[in-house]
Design a binder for this molecule. Structure first.
Ligand code: HPA
Length: 237
């Protein structure tokens, strides 16, 4: 048992899909895994283990933002010996290069968070995806028939959803950032520290330039595409 995940040793698979929303974790377990069982309900942050195509796979809610996500990622790596985490999340598009419901496979993440500054004494660390996992996700996205476009590029992991300084994202967009979410930078940093694999795949759920939003049905459809890419990639490496 660890502090925030109440699973007995061995109940969490070496591969974990990692959505922010615990209800999304349940939806993934019910719709994609066979014989899924809930292993933890502490704070409502649900986790499930089942199988996909014969591979043991878990799905764990991370909560929103780098502090919450970091608690679960640390415990998964440290207490449960998890080898691969694939975040399956949502993001807000920062540029018209990216459309609603497009899927972004993050090769790296920028951040305004103090977390990396604390860890690296003010130096700028570059959190990047695990390359074999990234390559497997890109290959899966080319193989699977998808209903949306796929981009490989940078995410911006912001600490404030209700951003008080939105003008500060402009230079990041000018240097290739495609969309904003709140977890990937710390996830990639923690995976590097623990010597494990991590990848973030995010679906565009809102557009900060055109101000479009997705319907619940559209979100379900494209989230399904993202989950398929994540499962194929995580079980291929
Ligand atoms: N901002 C931050 N995180 C997000 C957003 C957003 O607009 N959309 C989905 N996750």
């Amino acid at each position: 048992m660890s502090t925030h995940i109440a699973a007995a040793p061995g109940r969490i698979a070496p591969i974990v899909l990692f959505p922010g929303d615990p209800r999304r974790a349940q939806w993934i377990a019910e719709n994609f895994l066979d014989d899924a069982e809930c292993y933890s309900e502490v704070r409502g942050m649900l986790g499930f283990t089942g199988t996909w195509n014969g591979h043991r796979v878990s799905v764990q809610g991370s909560g929103m933002g780098q502090p919450s996500m970091s608690i679960y990622a640390n415990e998964l790596f440290q207490e449960y010996d998890v080898q691969t985490i694939v975040r399956v999340g949502s993001c807000g598009a920062l540029t018209e290069k990216v459309g609603m419901r497009d899927i972004i496979i993050a090769n790296g993440a920028c951040t305004d968070s103090g977390i990396n500054r604390l860890r690296f004494h003010g130096m700028d660390y570059a959190p990047v995806a695990d390359f074999p996992l990234l390559r497997a996700a890109v290959e899966a996205s080319e193989r699977i028939p998808l209903s949306s476009a796929v981009h490989v590029g940078l995410l911006f992991s912001g600490d404030q959803f209700y951003n008080t300084r939105p003008e500060l994202t402009e230079p990041l967009v000018a240097h290739g950032a495609l969309a904003v979410e709140m977890e990937t930078s710390a996830l990639y940093t923690l995976a590097a520290f623990h010597g494990r694999r991590a990848l973030s795949i995010c679906t565009v759920s809102d557009h900060l330039v055109t101000h479009e939003e997705t319907t619940a049905l559209e979100r379900e459809q494209t989230f399904g595409d993202m989950i398929r890419i994540a499962l194929e990639a995580a079980t291929a490496v």
